[in-house]
Design a protein around this ligand. Structure first.
Ligand code: ADP
Ligand code: ZN
Length: 290
């Protein structure tokens, strides 16, 4: 199969051509400007390379309900030029091929369960902690949509008493994104997160907030693996701190073999940052064979 993949992000659009085995033949990155400027470039890329189907993993929130007239729209995004823009309709009208569509983080979790370390698992969470925080959930063979789609980055967090930072989320202030995304770290400590690597208290607090969220996900969804990606997770010292705090927060209540091997339970992404684009290939394949 000759499949197209589009990882649509707020700052860049990654386009690739590949196949159902996850092999990527070629890949380009196009800056995200307005739909008027950016969409013709994306369409030209895929038109010139004629694909059988295209998989799109998109920044959100997005409309995933196939019965809605707005199916395929980017909905209430803060990126005004893309608000209520129907990216799927535009691509389908121009490319005349099946288009698979899901959230960016559902794309990443799909890449990991199809081609990566989470193969053969039935319930997996992928959380990205970068400019924002987002979570993709794969459950019983499907990407979880539910009412809209999960917004796991906005779960509410109990602020630690030694943290005076007010929180950055415009909706909730002290949700996970508001307390722990890259911009919150930078505002709280007055320096870019990457420059704070040596300050132990930064990462202890960060691990605390991430662990609170993961503990909630574990209790709610009982995932068999939790994968953490995004720019902030380049701070590898976070992993052992998060694992230890999750166990403390669970308090011994959940008994499972996975929790006895935390190094293989809470893990970094395994596909060299291609998990999103590889997930798009699988989204395309699923659309073609459904
Ligand atoms: P995006 O979320 O926009 O797709 P990233 O996942 O790269 O992009 O996240 C960018 C955020 O991650 C920024 O807020 C940046 O400060 C933070 N970041 C990038 N690299 C590092 C690093 N090495 N250590 C800590 N934080 C980082
Ligand atoms: Zn929020």
């Amino acid at each position: 199969m000759r499949l197209g993949a589009l990882e649509a992000g707020g700052t860049k659009m990654v386009c690739a051509i590949g196949d159902e085995t996850g092999k990527i033949y070629e890949q380009v990155s196009i800056p995200t400007q307005t739909p008027e400027i950016t969409m013709p470039k994306l369409i030209a890329y895929f038109e010139e390379r004629s694909v059988e189907a295209l998989g799109v993993a998109c920044f959100g929130p997005i409309e995933l309900d196939r019965n809605s007239p707005d199916y395929g729209c980017i909905t209430s995004t803060p990126k005004i030029a893309w608000r209520n823009y129907n990216i799927v309709k535009e691509l389908a009208d121009k490319l005349h091929c099946p288009i698979g569509f899901d959230t960016d983080v559902n794309g990443s979790v799909l890449g990991e369960v199809t081609f990566g370390q989470a193969k053969d698992k039935n319930c997996v969470i992928y959380l990205t902690i970068g400019t924002g925080v987002g979570g993709g959930i794969y459950i019983e063979g499907k990407l979880l949509h539910g009412m809209v789609h999960p917004e796991a980055g906005h779960v509410l967090i109990r602020k630690r008493s030694d943290d005076t930072y007010e929180g950055k989320c415009p909706y909730h202030k002290t949700c996970l994104e508001g307390l722990a995304a890259g911009p919150a770290i930078e505002e709280r400590w007055g320096k870019k997160a990457a420059l704070l690597a040596d300050m132990a208290q930064v990462w202890d607090l960060e691990a605390d907030y991430i662990a609170q969220a993961l503990t909630g996900y574990i209790l709610t969804l009982s995932p068999e693996m939790i994968i953490l990606g995004g720019g902030v997770m380049h701070q590898e010292q976070l992993f052992p701190l998060i694992r230890q705090k999750v166990l403390q927060m669970l308090g011994g209540y959940v008994q499972a073999k996975e929790l006895e091997d935390m190094e293989h339970y809470i893990v970094p992404a395994s596909l060299h940052d291609d998990q999103g684009i590889m997930g798009c290939l699988e989204l395309a394949r699923r659309e073609l064979v459904q």
